[in-house]
Ligand binder design. Structure first.
Ligand SMILES: Cc1ncc(COP(=O)(O)O)c(C=O)c1O
Length: 388
């Protein structure tokens, strides 16, 4: 039976052929580190990394490519920003929709560094009201951290409006673009975000273990380097270089990851964000409308393809989410993600924390309508089996 992969919010699969080919070509033909050798392959690798940096900058509307920091993923990017910026006495505003990659560093910094945090509640459909963010501002507030798109409900947050509030109050604005990158337009200046954390392996269709942090102009003056080490530059000095990107990029680069991410980003650019959004909106509408017809299925979040991306959380009456996911895979080879999805406060807000979370179906660019129809059919049979 063919695999129907609907766990794209965790990581996208399959990857475009161009991504696999670029990674293989680098590893077979070059296989060198960047910025550390004078032989042909090392110089070529350096050129490839510079081009990847430029491409990622272009995708985020950033002309200064040295403001694109390659890192280990979105969690890594968020940690570099939060640990590097926050100091004792700082107040941070975030939301209950956040992933643990924001909640946990903030909790850690509350307990170890003496920062304070306000977690703004969302409405019944999982959307944050900008006015609630405005009301949470205190004299000590230094930063707003927002999850652009929920990995539980797919809800698209009013990131531009919240960016405006940050700008009006001269606050740092860190956007977690884990679910939106590659799906929505993320132009740093339009969003008013000085910091954007981006995974390479989800909507940008690259491999696991690579991501990007955008560091806006002037932020580096406040952003301490989180880890130090070799950069291949100024090697005679045992101080970390101040210049970007070296200040935040220590150690031999994950070149296969960077090459794959650049090829994924190029695929996204060639396809076009408007076409991607249209395709995903169509698949999401198909999924939502099918699910609405199934007796015993509850949909959480907006339930509207205009207000959400292709992430849909449901409950199936008579099934614990883990049982439902196992049954779907076992009998139909439909692959979805059960549980809390690393977002405990989002589930507390939805009332699903105590019921084991939800069953999350998440569509990707390479999914086809027929797969969504087959998944809906499988869920209908599953729901019927519980009532029959
Ligand atoms: C909203 C959100 N933020 C952050 C992350 C962490 O991303 P990564 O796995 O690339 O570290 C995820 C991953 O699922 C996510 O959904």
């Amino acid at each position: 039976m063919k695999r129907i992969y609907l766990d794209n919010a965790a990581t996208s699969w399959p990857k475009p052929e161009a991504v696999l080919a670029a990674m293989e070509d680098y590893q077979r033909r070059l296989g060198a580190p960047a910025g550390r050798g004078v032989y042909r392959e090392a110089i070529e690798t350096e050129r490839i990394i510079a081009e990847a940096r430029r491409r990622l900058g272009e995708l985020l509307g950033v002309a200064q490519a040295n403001r694109i920091i390659f890192c280990g993923g979105c969690t890594d990017a968020l940690n570099i920003a939060l640990h590097g910026l926050l100091r004792a006495g700082d107040h941070v505003i975030t939301t209950v929709t956040e992933h643990n990659s924001v909640l946990r560093p903030l909790r850690f910094l509350e307990e170890t560094r003496g920062i304070s945090v306000t977690r703004v509640a969302c409405g019944a459909r999982g959307i944050i009201a900008p006015d609630d963010v405005r009301r949470a501002i205190q004299s000590q507030t230094r930063m707003i951290v927002l999850n652009h798109v929920s990995n539980v409900t797919g809800a698209i947050q009013p990131a531009v409006e919240i960016g405006r509030i940050a700008a009006e109050h001269n606050l740092l604005y860190l956007l977690d673009a884990a679910q939106s990158a590659g799906h929505l337009n993320i132009t740093a200046s339009e969003l008013g975000a000085q910091l954007i954390a981006v995974p390479g392996h989800k909507g940008l269709l690259g491999p696991l273990g690579i991501g990007v942090l955008y560091v806006g102009p002037g932020v580096e003056a406040e952003l301490a380097s989180f880890r130090q080490g070799g950069t291949g530059t100024k090697s005679e000095d045992d101080h970390q270089p101040e210049s970007l990107p070296d200040r935040y990029e220590s150690g031999t680069h994950n070149v296969p990851g960077i090459v794959g991410l650049a090829a994924g980003a190029q695929y996204v650019q060639k396809t076009g964000l408007a076409a991607i959004r249209k395709h995903l909106r169509g698949l999401t509408e198909l999924l939502l409308s099918g699910l609405r017809e199934i007796k015993g299925v509850t949909i959480f979040g907006p339930g509207d393809a205009e207000q959400q991306l292709g992430v849909v959380s449901i409950a199936v009456k008579g099934f614990d989410p883990h049982e439902a996911a196992a049954a779907l895979d076992g009998a139909y080879h439909v692959q979805a993600r059960p549980g809390i999805q690393c977002a405990p406060q989002m589930h507390a807000a939805l009332g699903t924390l105590k019921t084991g979370g939800t069953l999350r179906l998440s569509v990707g660019l390479l999914n086809k309508e027929a797969e969504i129809e087959a998944a809906v059919q499988a869920l209908a049979e599953l729901a019927r089996s519980a009532s029959g």
